[in-house]
Design a protein around this ligand. Structure first.
Ligand code: AMP
Length: 286
């Protein structure tokens, strides 16, 4: 694996590869786990070259504490990427990505996507995500971009940003990788105490329960049950909502046919976890 810290050198290297075959790109913030490595694995199957970036982007953290405590494990990340057969790692400094400082970046018209769910509870977060991914796509110009369903709303936001910026990159959304007990893998899981780690899979179970209880009509009772179960498991919940899986419009009254995703965000102590589940895979339930 070749590691680049400078944009100019990376671009030069990539321009030599483009004529040979497709390039797949996996942007990450590091502290890599099997969820990230799955994205690398899928990209390797679908492209000649796979490029991963590790950059903890300051502009997407609305909570400075969360930014400061974000785990940095670059040496083991490099070892994992080598083992997974990643071809190129881009590991820039903040100055390299934001030479004029992180403030005052481009604004993206994301519409309702940034008013709801994560957008509502993390103001500015998705603008920051779009800024950094847009910059990274400008630098790397990949054929395919690999994102995890774990961050469902982020996938929708980036899809919108790709449309707004008129890029030709194909977006590939890959399944959420979970621990054996159902907890979605996340770099933030390593900040959980052992007690919190034991409680954490409740978020997955609550999503599963919501899927089982799904009926045409009002979803409010299912939502209340879910909020109740999360509270009993020790979570402080930001939201538990149902939304149209295609456009992320919030759905309280389900017509039995709309594709549905349930999405949750909740704290265990200081650690905020998010998860989601597509409930009916487009199948009608009456
Ligand atoms: P992050 O490093 O958290 O910014 O994540 C980088 C990419 O990995 C994003 O596209 C995430 O959605 C994806 N990702 C993170 N956790 C998982 C997971 N458990 N399963 C699948 N993809 C994931």
């Amino acid at each position: 694996m070749i590691i680049f810290r400078k944009i100019g050198l990376l671009k030069k290297h990539l321009s030599g590869l483009r004529s040979q075959g497709k390039i797949g790109f996996v942007p990450t913030m590091g502290a890599l786990h099997a969820g990230h490595l799955q994205l690398i694995g899928i990209s390797k199957k679908e492209n000649l070259y796979t490029l991963c970036s590790i950059f903890v982007n300051p502009t997407q953290f609305n909570d400075p504490q969360d930014f400061q405590k974000y785990p940095i494990t670059i040496e083991s990340d490099i070892a994992k990427l080598e083992k997974q057969g990643c071809d190129i790692l881009f590991f820039p400094s903040a100055e390299e990505i934001y030479p004029n400082g992180p403030a005052g970046g481009k604004h993206y018209e994301l519409g309702h996507l940034e008013q709801i769910l994560e957008g509502k509870f993390r103001p500015g977060h998705f603008q920051g995500v779009c800024q950094v991914v847009d910059i990274l796509l400008d630098i790397t110009e990949p054929d395919r971009l690999y994102l995890g369903q774990k961050d469902y709303q982020q996938c929708m936001v980036i899809r919108k940003m790709i449309g707004l910026t008129g890029r030709s990159t194909t977006l590939r959304i890959c399944d959420t990788v979970r621990e054996a007990d159902g907890l979605a893998m996340s770099s933030r899981n390593m900040r959980l105490s052992s007690e919190q780690r034991q409680a954490a899979p409740a978020i997955f179970h609550v999503l599963m329960e919501a899927g089982k209880g799904l009926k045409k009509g009002s979803l409010l009772q299912l939502q209340e049950q879910a909020l109740d179960q999360l509270e009993k498991a020790g979570f402080r919940t930001d939201y538990f909502e149902f939304a149209n899986a295609e456009n992320l419009e919030i759905i309280n009254e389900w017509d039995g046919t709309q594709p549905l995703v349930a999405l949750a965000a909740a704290f265990l102590g200081e650690v905020r976890l998010i998860d989601n589940m597509v409930l009916n895979n487009g199948v009608s339930i009456n």
